[in-house]
Design a protein around this ligand. Structure first.
Ligand SMILES: [Fe+2]
Ligand SMILES: [Fe+2]
Length: 469
């Protein structure tokens, strides 16, 4: 409907009627190509989300390779800020962290950056991106940090954000996993990320399984993503793996590396900050760049070889992979053969516990060894695969043998709690209702038992809301 041409005289009346009808907010949901779309809001106020100022925005903390002792921070300003600084101190009961000697200042790496998203008629955006790693931290400690230009006064600094390093022990920790946010992120993803934080304010980190936005270069959409998460992005460290919407014609979004500060321990330069591994207490998490793996032979070979060596040397009890494209799709006709044939042998060989994915805009969770759907306890469970979606764009799916729980037309976030011998997984809706849950128990020989837990909601299907296709 966006592509109306200037009307000629004859259909003018029709055009006017349609145009007027469009201004009525009676139904903001459109059905097209079997998918649910919500028209994006564009307007003058959206530009506030696009342009930087001298005051830091898009502030985000990312996990490093050593989360107990360091955290990466990244933010954006306009180009009048030529140098960026982080100040950090141990949190105190009062303002005493401000006293001389209590806080440390770190100079960031600053890069000038410009980006023009012609596809969406966005203006040229000139920005300065600042990246720093706060290191030398003590485990299990609350710190405060702020980012700014280093000058006196608070005007061009952020507020002080609290962050907490994990304890150097094996006490359980939690992270939240999000499938595709992607569309109408300010309007409709915001409440999902906020509800997740409300339900688990002590969450240790967040994991985004790709398609955070819809158009890789769209500054407005990235602005919406940072707006929706607000101070949560600056408080809870996150990691993200890129989806096909972070790519355009084989090229990663120009904004990805400037605006995030993700680990750089992957196989080669082309997958810097997209394919990497982090360790969090007794868990290893690996981000696979599924898009470049599937599209580029050199990337496929490099990532497969690298993953083999990473998993061969893995000493952690729990192993989680995240990638955008699913190994097993929720829908027929969305099969990712190259990805599966490349990675499934390694997933099986190294007995990966959990694979967290997106892309299909539906929900499904299960195991390949799922012999009997509905089985409450599954001995020798093998790898659990999950596909989820957190944004409002919804597809249909088909029931398949590997699925133990399925869902459509439901925005979800997953709280995953990892202990010494048990990993608990809970999927919630924006109402905070439990949609899916299971526990994995692993003994000292690596044998795994999966126990399905009862959900609060029946399985939801798209046809029950928008009719049959
Ligand atoms: Fe996708
Ligand atoms: Fe997507």
């Amino acid at each position: 409907m966006k592509n109306f041409k200037t009307p000629t005289a004859l259909p003018l009346l029709f055009y006017v009627l349609v145009s007027c009808a469009q201004t009525q907010p009676k139904n903001t949901m459109e059905e097209a190509h079997g998918h649910t779309h919500y028209p994006a809001y564009t307007g003058v106020s959206a530009h506030k989300l696009i342009f930087p100022s001298a005051v830091p925005d898009r502030i985000i903390v990312n996990l490093t390779e050593d989360p107990a002792h360091s955290v990466a921070v990244n933010w954006r300003t306009d180009q009048s800020v030529a140098e960026g600084y982080v100040e950090v101190a141990k949190e105190t009961h009062g303002p005493d962290f401000l006293l001389e000697g209590n806080r440390k200042r770190i100079k960031a790496e600053t890069q000038m950056f410009e980006n023009e998203n012609i596809r969406d008629n966005e203006p040229l955006v000139k920005a300065a991106y600042h990246a720093a790693v706060i290191d030398g931290l003590e485990p299990g400690t609350t710190y405060v940090y702020r980012v700014g230009d280093g000058l006196d006064g608070d005007a061009r600094w952020s507020e002080w954000f609290q962050i907490q390093t994990p304890k150097d022990d094996l006490a359980p920790f939690s992270f939240i996993y999000f499938g595709d946010a992607q569309n109408n992120v300010k309007s409709m993803w915001s409440r999902v990320v906020r509800k997740s934080y409300q339900m688990m304010p002590t969450v240790d980190f967040m994991l985004h399984a790709g398609d955070l936005i819809n158009h890789s270069e769209a500054n407005e959409e990235w602005g919406e993503w940072f707006y929706a998460g607000g101070y949560i992005h600056a408080t809870v460290p996150s990691i993200m793996t890129p989806g096909n919407h972070e790519y355009n014609k084989g090229v990663l979004s120009a904004l990805w590396r400037p605006q995030f500060n993700l680990p750089n321990n992957g196989p080669f330069k082309a997958t810097q900050e997209t394919c990497y591994a982090v360790e969090y207490k007794n868990m290893k998490v690996v981000s696979i760049d599924a898009v470049s793996l599937q599209d580029q032979e050199a990337s496929r070979q490099a990532q497969v070889q690298w993953l083999d060596s990473v998993l061969a040397n893995n000493t952690k009890k729990w192993t989680v992979l995240t990638m955008h494209y699913p190994i097993f799709s929720t829908a027929k006709g969305r099969d990712n053969t190259v990805l599966r044939e490349s990675l499934l042998p390694l997933i099986n060989k190294y007995k990966v516990d959990l694979v967290l994915q997106g892309h299909d805009h539906t929900y499904a969770r299960g195991t390949v060894t799922n012999q009997d759907e509905g089985l409450t306890v599954q001995e020798d469970a093998g790898t659990v695969y999950a596909v989820s979606v957190s944004g409002p764009k919804m597809y249909a799916s088909q029931d398949q043998e590997w699925m133990q729980r399925r869902g459509e037309f439901t925005q979800l976030f997953q709280i995953i709690t990892v202990g010494q011998d048990t990993l608990s997984y809970e999927a919630y809706t924006p109402l905070g209702s439990l949609y899916d849950a299971f526990d994995l128990q692993k003994d000292s020989n690596g044998a795994k038992k999966l126990t399905n837990r009862e959900a609060e909601l029946p399985e939801r299907f798209r046809k029950d809301f928008v009719g049959e296709e």
